[in-house]
Design a protein around this ligand. Structure first.
Ligand code: 5AD
Ligand code: SF4
Length: 446
């Protein structure tokens, strides 16, 4: 299949967006490796460059178009270079049209529903000139048994479902990832069991709304029951999952988190806004009171639980009072961390045409106030851990300091610490000596 059979062929993958995309890129890597390609970080030495795109916010899209400018120059220097673009952006017709018109030097465009077809598309592309586009509108059956190149073997992502049926009014995902569909539990079980046999300690179960897992299966099973099954797999030490939707987050799941020993005491529960008027316009299907009630119940069942969230600032019609409600909710919940986003208009979603779009300067000013508050609370929460010994899954050597190791607590907090390099890939006790806003510093107790 390679153009030049005498030469080692290299590929480079750039990934934008969420864990789902990151995991899709792991699958693309595995496909290329099984064809004999080797991954490289250097775009200049690559024979194939893949950009796996995200369209949740405009910024990520603009970066992709920016990158394409650079890639055009690389392609002029090396006409044999194959450029492939995939992911959520490609599920939008206007984007594909723009690429055809303004970036015709791209070789392959494919979408989220036909990722597994990449090797064949690559083969076809080698045999033709010009741009090859294959984007499927509809999700078909879930492709099973795809190879995956795991970036970090002690930790692994496992898809349990695809798509979303929620249609939050700001969000493009239901249009790009399609309707909700769940993988069969035995397929998930087999995948996790194989990972465990190969030394994986922590798995993260992925889906846009894992709380509605199983509803579309012929033999329905709910997410709590799936967790119970996975909890019994020997070798797995930590089970994490994302993302949860507050409307579907059940008391049964709270009890499951509280009782299953391997399920991490961490929940990512996006609130998006603290004002009932905005939540309703967002079509989130819960009120501020519903959300806070669930948070209180969670805290009473699992007192050491860490809670993170997503918040959108500047949704159309957001008043100063609405924004205050968000700040007040953040104070009440005391999030350990939060992803904050400036509302970004996504063409085709209901919110894009709502009245009273908020000017950028107001959005930015509110955003800065929110981030300041979140950071203060995050730091305070981290301070509670100083002096304690916590289990840390060691991921490797710290980026900023080669003499330090880096890893995560079971509550998903980042810890940089001094310890023997031999403990990379295992879970070790670490004494926390100092708290920072986004991380902890410690010493291993080995
Ligand atoms: N603008 C800003 N943020 C958005 N998100 C989704 N759509 C938009 C948008 N149009 C955020 C939500 C979601 C996270 C993944 O991205 O907070 O939870
Ligand atoms: Fe988007 Fe809402 Fe679905 Fe999350 S639950 S992917 S925000 S539509």
């Amino acid at each position: 299949m390679n153009k030049n059979l005498n030469k080692q062929m290299y590929y480079n993958v750039q990934t934008f967006g969420c864990q789902m995309n990151f995991h899709d890129s792991e699958k693309l890597s595995a496909m290329l490796q099984s064809l004999g390609y080797v991954e490289t970080e250097k775009k200049a030495e690559s024979d194939i460059i893949i950009i796996n795109t995200c369209c949740v916010r405009e910024n990520a899209e603009l970066k992709v178009y920016g990158n394409l400018g650079e890639l055009k120059r690389m392609k002029q220097k090396n006409p044999n270079l194959i450029l492939a673009i995939c992911g959520c952006m490609m599920q939008q017709k206007h984007v594909v049209e723009k690429i055809k018109k303004s970036y015709p030097f791209v070789d392959i465009v494919f979408g989220t529903h036909n990722l597994h077809r990449f090797p064949e598309l690559l083969n076809n592309s080698y045999q033709m000139e010009g741009l090859l586009v294959e984007v499927w509108d509809q999700e078909n059956d879930i492709p099973e048994n795809l190879p995956v190149e795991r970036k970090y073997s002690a930790k692994a992502f496992v898809n349990i479902m695809y798509g979303c049926n929620n249609f939050c009014s700001y969000c493009i995902v239901p249009y790009t990832r399609g309707r909700e569909r769940s993988r069969e539990p035995d397929k998930i079980y087999d995948e996790v069991q194989k990972l465990a046999q190969n030394g994986t300690l922590e798995i993260t179960l992925l889906g846009q709304n894992v709380n509605s897992y199983g509803k579309t299966l012929q033999k329905p099973i709910d997410f709590s029951d799936l967790l119970k099954v996975i909890n019994d797999i020997p070798g797995i030490e930590r089970i994490r999952f994302m993302t949860s939707h507050p409307a579907d987050f059940s008391e049964k799941l709270m009890d499951t988190i509280a009782t299953l020993d391997k399920v991490s005491p961490h929940i990512h529960l996006p609130v998006q806004a603290g004002s009932n008027a905005i939540l309703s316009k967002m079509n989130r299907k819960y009120s501020r009171e519903d959300y806070l009630k669930k948070i209180n119940m969670l805290k009473s069942k699992t007192p050491n639980i860490a809670i993170s969230t997503d918040i959108i600032v500047g949704f159309p019609g957001e008043t100063e009072k609405d924004f205050d409600d968000t700040l007040e909710l953040v104070r009440q919940v005391e999030y350990d961390s939060a992803f904050t986003f400036l509302y970004s208009i996504r063409t085709g979603t209901p919110a894009a045409t709502m009245e009273n779009q908020i000017p950028d300067n107001i959005k930015m000013e509110r955003f800065n106030r929110l981030v300041k508050l979140i950071n203060e609370i995050g730091y305070k929460k981290n301070m509670h851990l100083v002096g304690k010994v916590v289990p840390v899954l060691v991921e490797g050597v710290s980026k900023n300091n080669p003499n330090r190791l880096t890893g995560r607590t079971d509550t998903h907090k980042l810890v940089n610490f001094e310890g023997p390099p031999s403990c990379v890939g295992s879970i070790v006790p670490v004494r926390i000596n100092e708290a920072k806003t986004f991380s902890l510093l410690g010493t291993s107790e080995l």
